[in-house]
Design a protein around this ligand. Structure first.
Ligand code: PAF
Length: 321
């Protein structure tokens, strides 16, 4: 059994204050305001579900830069039940608050907000929720109905509770990042959203808290995702069009034993709508796949140059049994 971190900053004053209730959070935010921050100082928030890895710490370090040396960096740690489907891994999602606090302390966090579910949802499941609209119906939304609505609902609540000037999100969850950006724009929220590039292990696997579920063999199999994305990007760098990008990536995924693809798609980064076969310009190659019981997602920016005339229309989905 682990000891829960206290609600106070560590003795040496270096560690973050760990707060669990709305009142404690208000005090921590107010205490910073009373220190008379410079006009250029900002409050930056990084929202996480815990089980933190280097990808999260990159976000926290970037938040420190964005906030300024005497700005305030708030990390939220909350496994949000609203964004998990009934058959998903809410109960087994890894949790390690004590370890997480130690990690974000070294990355420069000032406050960790780690509320219990009844702090975030005092009335139980909220009746009113944010809808991700059509962004929430495709790709991740098609495989995880309601997931992005659940994400946006908690993100909006956490924005209200932490009142940041800037909020940072990882580019690995590309569809989530787009949905958050659209919410901020469409609902006129007064916060800047910064995307931070995906962090990969040396073997190419995108860092994810869910990687902890993978056995050694599954981890090897999971490398097919980043390999497929890289190969797709190389096709486009070599001057081949959208169909070739998809065909190459899909070929690698289909050959990978133990990898079951939910989707592979080449989309417009501004809408996540699939691009047409004659698309040129920036696009995002997105993949979601299951390896054993673990579901992984990854993506890669590609710049599609003029497609050769013989390129066929891209077959966007590459599901496999
Ligand atoms: O990306 C995540 O970890 C979660 O979706 C988020 C943004 C913290 C909302 O629960």
């Amino acid at each position: 059994m682990t000891t829960a971190p206290t609600a106070a900053p560590t003795e040496d004053g270096v560690g973050p204050a760990v707060v669990r209730t709305r009142a404690e959070l208000r005090d921590a935010l107010g205490a910073w305001a009373l220190t008379g921050p410079d006009a250029s100082d900002r409050r930056a928030v990084v929202m996480t579900m815990g089980a933190l890895h280097e990808g999260h710490l990159r976000l926290v370090r970037r938040a420190r830069e964005a906030a300024g040396p005497t700005g305030q960096v708030v990390v939220t740690i909350f496994v949000n039940p609203l964004q998990f489907g009934p058959e998903e891994d809410l109960d087994r999602y890894p949790r390690d608050l004590e370890g997480d606090v130690a990690k974000v302390a070294s990355a420069g966090a000032d406050v960790v907000f780690a509320p219990a579910p009844d702090v975030v949802y005092p009335d139980g499941d909220p009746i009113v929720r944010v809808s991700a609209g059509r962004i929430g119906e495709v790709l991740e939304g098609a495989f995880r109905p309601g997931h992005l609505d659940g994400v946006l609902t908690v993100v909006l609540k956490l924005l209200h509770l932490t009142r940041p000037d800037v909020a940072l999100f990882g580019e690995k969850d590309a569809q989530q990042l787009l949905a958050v950006r659209r919410m901020v724009r469409d609902l006129d929220l007064d916060v800047e959203i910064l995307g931070v590039p995906t962090v990969r292990d040396p073997d190419g696997l995108a860092m994810s808290s869910r990687n902890a579920y993978l056995s050694d063999d599954e981890r090897q199999a999971a490398l097919a995702l980043s390999r497929a994305l890289r190969a797709g990007a190389e096709e486009s760098a070599a001057g081949r069009g959208a169909a070739a990008v998809l065909a190459t990536a899909s070929g690698i995924l289909n050959e990978a034993a133990g990898v079951v693809v939910d989707y592979l798609a080449l989309v417009d980064p501004a809408t996540v709508e699939q691009v047409p076969a004659d698309h040129t310009g920036p696009a995002l190659l997105l993949v979601a796949a299951r390896v054993g019981t673990t579901r992984l997602i990854d993506n890669q920016a590609v710049d599609v140059v003029a497609p050769p005339a013989q390129d066929a229309a891209p077959g966007q989905e590459a599901p496999r049994d």
